[in-house]
Design a protein around this ligand. Structure first.
Ligand code: HXC
Ligand code: NAP
Length: 297
């Protein structure tokens, strides 16, 4: 029986794709890049740390036998983004995919943040994503290239979240950009979609959002109806599908992959289920029926 930790798409599903993945040297970006390469795409990864990104590109090539190059780039700087695009075209002849994955985040009460701390996260996430989408979009429109943009947001992009307010503001902006450009640039054959993951263990996220002290106080799995965190391959499967031609009619959507987490925690009475035993429910039902004039069982 197929399992969610297994690769899903058939061989060669991305063979005509040349995809740039921002933040592709670590965490989820690396896992997506690896699967894109396994499916035949040529992949460019970029991030600030030159040594990390070059080493990751080399490892990804060795692991998959595919073609991957790594460029250092701070997505907050438009000229650096343009330079990655130019170098990618020089190397591979064209580019027809972009994954806005690079992010910055840390957990903190908002009143403790300096304005520079707020800027730092918003600039990486929102400015980085619009810098890349704008530079690549101009190139695609000018050269009449059909293309595909996938942005990695979060489930709090629509409900918001305390203690990660810069990230929530920025991810909401990326989601708005996704929906807006899906409509505006659909006529050029450029699709925009997003994935909203729940918790997927990565060093980057866990060091900054779930420090050991937190993990000792609560079990992250208990927040999730399915009782577990995500596996990188299941997110890579979804990302590869959205970057492939199999999803050609999906445009302007955001797909949640979180085991039901956001709805559980957003539901007014969800907490009740974890606190009340079946016997207590009998008692509660009788109490309610007594008060509402219905017969008691
Ligand atoms: C308060 C903090 C802080 C903290 C940094 N700052 N960390 N303030 N609490 N924990 C402040 C600094 O003091 C500084 O302000 C300002 O932020 C900028 O800090 P720098 O270190 O100079 O910034 P920079 O080098 O640009 O680094 C950006 C970063 C860093 C966001 C702060 O963490 C980073 O590089 N992150 C990249 C990777 C990452 O974040 N991955 C996780 C993504 S996970 P002052 O005023 O002192 O100058 C994710 C998942 C969401 O998004 C959903 C999970 C379920
Ligand atoms: P990660 O490993 O820390 O990934 C973040 C990447 O962004 C790093 O490779 C980092 O590399 C790069 N980056 C940061 N600032 C940059 C900049 N200015 N320019 C270019 N690259 C930059 O964390 P992750 O968990 O895999 O996160 C990946 C994506 O998934 C993010 O969009 C995150 O918000 C999203 N997400 C993650 C989770 C989760 O549970 N893990 C849940 C929801 C959403 P450098 O430091 O070398 O620049």
């Amino acid at each position: 029986m197929p399992h969610y930790t297994e690769p899903m798409l058939k061989e060669g599903s991305l063979k005509d794709k040349i995809i740039v993945v921002t933040g592709g040297g670590t965490g989820l970006g690396r896992s997506m890049s690896k699967y894109f390469l396994e499916l035949g795409a040529k992949v460019v990864i970029c991030s600030r740390k030159k040594e990390v990104i070059e080493q990751a590109a080399k490892e990804l090539q060795d692991e998959t036998g595919g073609q991957c190059i790594g460029f250092s780039c701070d997505v907050r700087n438009y000229e650096e983004v343009e330079s990655v695009l130019k170098q990618s075209v020089a190397e591979f002849g064209s580019v027809n995919g972009l994954v806005n994955n690079a992010a910055g985040n840390f957990i903190s009460p908002t009143e403790r943040l300096s304005h520079r701390a707020f800027d730092s996260v918003v600039d990486i996430v929102l400015k980085g994503s619009y810098n890349c989408s704008l530079a690549f979009g101009k190139y695609w429109i000018k050269n009449k290239i059909k293309a595909n943009v996938l942005s990695i947001v979060t489930t709090y992009a629509w409900v918001g979240s305390g203690y990660v307010v810069p990230s929530a503001c920025a991810k909401a902006g990326v989601l708005a950009m996704t929906r807006s450009l899906a409509v505006e640039w659909g006529k050029y054959g450029i699709r925009f979609n997003a994935i909203a993951p729940g918790p997927f263990p990565t060093k980057g996220a866990w060091d900054r959002l779930f420090p050991q002290e937190f993990l000792e106080k609560f079990d992250i799995n208990s927040k999730i109806p399915l009782g577990r965190v995500g596996e990188h391959q299941e997110l890579a499967n979804l990302a590869a599908y959205l970057m492939s031609e199999y999803s050609a009619y999906i445009n302007g959507d955001v797909i949640t992959i979180d085991g039901g987490e956001w709805m559980k925690n957003g539901g007014e009475f969800t907490w009740v289920g974890d606190m009340i035993s079946p016997e207590m429910w009998d008692h509660v039902e009788n109490l309610i029926k007594g008060k509402t004039g219905k017969s008691q069982s």
